[in-house]
Design a binder for this molecule. Structure first.
Ligand code: SER
Length: 871
């Protein structure tokens, strides 16, 4: 069976058992502060497990792209070294939301594996949870008995909390689980050592393929477990491992999931896969990492210097390093793998195929810039290595931090030169940095405190800016020593930050006490609308009036609708490759990031503005459709965003059926006329292949235009209100230029005159030609020119020139080079001393120095004092 067939067989099987097949969520997680990346198929259903939302379908199945590179589940270091861990992998999953439980989950898993996929029963083992006294949890008898009916008892093994109690993160839904393992060793090997002894022992040939989790608990912040409102099933099967088992390969990388990539790398590097352990690892790393990086970018996470973006950047650098060191790719290569991967996932995850050019471009740019620091870092390393016997921890950390060198690269370079690395020192430096960044970002979130049994929380803010509501629950969050509280309301008119639109502000007022508390922000977390307040109302129970700041909301809506008009105009003017890559919609400004490869021309910007403003003047009424079936919306040609997780019913925002139609959860003007006027303020690059437009609308553009007119009026008035401002101004600039030239000539002439005069005043003291005098020149530059002219014309000079420029005294000292050298005279020191007389300071070189001061009355004295320096 090909990997495509296997995936399909899984989905078909669960469809036949009444499951709804749903799409994979993006690999980049939004709206969940506990997760950066999707690390399990269940993530997108977390709110259903927690009872924060109601399941549309009680049974669901899918293939989810997952990334295990940070947080609780992190496999990065294993990847490539072994043959069965991956950064990005597909998790095949089936779920029951309060529907079936252990019996069906276990029986169907067995049926699929042994009857449909025809895996060898004699190679299968299962584990069940043995219980845990400290948590007060019993052994999972139910699962044990269910398995006993299917598989000999000696193949059912007991597992501890680490292996058989699944948790998504430090907090959240969890429960006992039952794993299915497969033994891929040869018959002889299996006779020699029992499979039972190798389950969960990190044997590369005896591996877990499927995990059936029976979700029953929620882990709270304080570590305690509470029962979930209903019991659920969450299963996850490692697709790549399953394919390997079915295809009978000894490595995931030998299956048709990875071979196209590996063979491409082998061909391009001219090195055969299987030829050498080191190059094999490098090829595995590349073929794995390109998947993680490509899908993260396709799902909207660009490489960057913080958080999720940094994780992606590091994975990519890890790949570049392997390619550079072991496969001898000295030029960017990894981006070339994108088309191979995109082709493989066509029809499965089309996001990549549809954005292939963009993803390639982003990766190429990253490669180019890292290869530059990689070479620099290696040079820096070599210089250091020639002077030192060990690589100290601080230096290893500098390579890591500044040049992006993973520590194993530094170790490798050191080994090649017979040096050692102070790993302890490195770990300490690393820890110190982690501590610094942890302290800067640590948010301490308390558990929810229930006020009201009504768990429902409904957003009514599309239709109304106020509501009568009650507090459902609240919790405390602390960050950087500051406490805030979060509230969930039964009914809320407050829009929660999402789709780029900022969260609403406003207040709630207790109807019992009249006390008002400001809502400073509103955000969404999983399915909840969370209102931020600096302090809790003193009485939490009873009814509240919730009121949104209407003006801010209105301004925000103008910007949001304008963003849609802009998006459509960009596609029209620049082409269909334009996709939204980020957006901020606030009351003051809108910011729109989109994929495009060149700077916009002035003409293009003008065209875009014209289209948007024409649409505004047409006063197109908003068409808002809620609850449209997703597929129906897509078929009608709606614009959907990559990296967005859409439900199976969506909201469609249309401004003219033939112009702008987007999936959107935001709030909008009732008709485009309310946007007023649209003006682009700037256009710039934000990343490789991503441009940013900042623009304003409505009252803000009025304000900015008024400011511009005022500025113009002031300028015109300054110029005596000429008829043609531009030609009047350019005439003025021309005049200014020719006046400058005239002054230059005048100064030149004057300096010439002064030069003659000074020459006459020269006094021969010993073998020095000395003069100290006050000159009348308009600028320091003119004095300087004079000094240099004198130096060029006369030998052995020591000249001190005083001048008063714009009322301020200055002193210039010039000494012939030979005098400075032979007699040890130093113009800088002399000028500094003389400047005391004019309450000033200065300095310079031995032959030339200047000083400025405050007190012009001391200038005479300073000048005559210079005579003391003639030795
Ligand atoms: N959530 C479980 C896992 O990740 C099963 O899907 O293993």
């Amino acid at each position: 069976m090909t990997s495509r067939d296997i995936r399909q067989a899984f989905l078909d099987f669960f469809k036949s058992k009444g499951h709804q097949i749903v799409p994979s969520a993006p690999v980049v997680v939004k709206n969940d502060p506990t997760l950066m990346f999707t690390n399990a198929g269940m993530n997108q259903f977390k709110e259903l497990f927690l009872g924060e939302a109601v399941a549309k379908y009680p049974r669901v199945a899918d293939t989810q792209r997952c990334l295990r590179v940070s947080g609780k589940h992190n496999d990065l270091e294993e990847v490539g070294i072994d043959t069965y861990h991956h950064t990005l992998f597909e998790m095949l999953g089936n779920w029951s939301f309060g529907d079936y439980f252990k019996k069906e989950a276990i029986e169907w898993a067995w049926e699929l594996l042994t009857e449909v996929l025809k895996l060898d029963k004699d190679r299968l083992y299962v584990t069940i949870f043995e219980g845990d006294a400290t948590e007060g949890l019993q052994r999972d008898e139910e699962a044990f008995n269910l398995w006993k009916a299917l598989i000999p008892e000696d193949r059912i093994l007991l597992g501890n909390k680490k292996d058989n109690f699944w948790e998504m993160g430090d907090t959240g839904p969890c429960g006992p689980c039952s794993e299915i393992h497969y033994d891929m060793r040869s018959t002889e090997e299996r006779e020699a050592v029992k499979g039972q002894d190798l389950v969960n022992m990190d044997d590369p040939q005896v591996i877990e393929i499927w995990n059936l989790v029976f979700m029953q608990f929620n882990r709270l912040k304080d570590g305690s477990l509470v029962s979930l409102p209903a019991k659920h099933v969450d299963t996850g099967m490692g697709f790549e491992r399953l394919v390997r088992a079915i295809q009978g390969k000894s490595s995931n990388y030998d299956t048709d999931v990875f071979q196209p990539l590996i063979q491409f790398i082998a061909k391009k590097s001219g090195i055969e896969y299987g030829a050498d352990e080191k190059t094999d690892i490098a090829m595995r790393v590349l073929s794995d990492h390109i998947r993680a990086v490509s899908f993260a970018i396709a799902d909207g996470q660009l490489p960057s210097n913080n958080k999720a973006g940094y994780v992606i950047r590091r994975i990519l650098r890890r790949a570049v390093r392997y390619a550079y060191t072991f496969l001898h790719f000295k030029n960017p290569f990894i981006h070339e793998l994108v088309p191979v991967l995109a082709e493989q996932f066509k029809g499965v995850f089309d996001e990549l195929y549809q954005q292939q050019d963009f993803v390639e471009k982003v990766i190429l740019e990253e490669e180019v810039s890292f290869l530059r620091t990689l070479t620099q870092g290696i040079q820096r390393f070599e210089t250091y290595a020639s002077d030192n016997k060990t690589i100290d921890g601080e230096f290893a950390f500098e390579l890591f931090d500044t040049f992006g060198f993973p520590i194993d690269l530094t170790e490798l370079l050191a080994r090649e030169q017979g040096l050692s690395v102070d790993m302890n020192g490195f770990q300490q430096a690393l820890l110190a940095q982690k501590e610094r960044s942890r302290a800067a970002t640590a948010i301490d979130t308390g558990d929810w405190v229930l006020v009201n049994d009504d768990e429902e929380s409904e957003f009514v803010g599309y239709d109304s800016l106020n509501a009568t509501t009650e507090i459902v629950k609240y919790r405390k969050v602390s960050s950087k020593g500051k406490d805030q509280f979060q509230l969930v309301l039964t009914e809320t008119p407050f829009y929660a930050e999402g789709g780029g639109q900022v969260g609403d502000k406003g207040y709630i007022r207790s109807l019992d006490t009249n006390e008002k508390v400001s809502i400073i922000d509103t955000k969404k977390e999983n399915g909840l609308f969370i209102h931020f307040v600096n302090q809790l109302p003193s009485v939490l129970t009873g009814s509240f009036e919730a009121v949104v700041d209407g003006q801010k909301r209105k301004d925000t809506e103008a910007n949001h609708s304008a963003t849609h008009l802009l998006h459509a105009a960009l596609k029209q003017v620049l082409g269909d490759h334009v996709n939204q890559k980020g957006s901020l919609v606030s009351p003051d400004v809108l910011r729109f990031d989109f994929s495009h490869f060149a700077k916009l021309t002035y003409e293009e910007i003008k065209q875009i503005e014209d289209i948007v403003n024409a649409k505004i003047r047409q006063d197109i009424p908003l068409k808002e459709e809620r609850n449209v079936p997703f597929q129906k919306a897509i078929d009608s040609g709606v614009t959907a965003l990559f990296g967005e997780k859409y439900g199976d019913h969506v909201r469609v925002i249309t401004f003219d059926d033939t112009y702008s139609k987007e999936l959107c959860g935001g709030t909008h003007v009732a008709a485009t006329g309310q946007i007023g006027f649209f003006k682009i303020l700037s256009e710039s690059a934000v990343a490789a292949g991503v441009r940013r437009i900042e623009a304003i609308t409505g009252t803000r553009s009025e304000l900015v235009i008024r400011e511009h007119f005022e500025l113009m009026d002031n300028l015109k008035e300054l110029m005596n209100n000429p008829k043609d401002f531009v030609s009047a101004l350019s005439k003025l600039l021309d005049e200014n230029n020719s006046l400058k030239k005239e002054i230059e000539n005048y100064v030149k002439e004057k300096s010439q005159g002064l030069k003659d005069e000074i020459e006459k005043k020269l006094e021969k003291v010993g073998d020095i030609n000395y003069v100290a005098t006050i000159v009348d020149l308009p600028s320091v530059d003119a004095v300087k020119t004079l000094a240099y002219t004198l130096k060029g014309a006369i030998n052995d000079i020591f000249i001190v020139l005083g001048a008063v420029i714009d009322g301020k005294p200055s002193i210039t000292v010039m000494i012939s080079d030979n005098l400075a050298k032979e007699k040890g005279m130093h113009a800088g020191n002399i000028v500094r001393d003389l400047a005391k007389e004019i309450q000033g300071g200065g300095g310079g070189q031995p032959f030339f120095a200047t000083a400025g001061g405050k007190d012009a009355s001391g200038l005479e004295k300073a000048i005559s004092k210079s005579r003391e320096y003639i030795k």
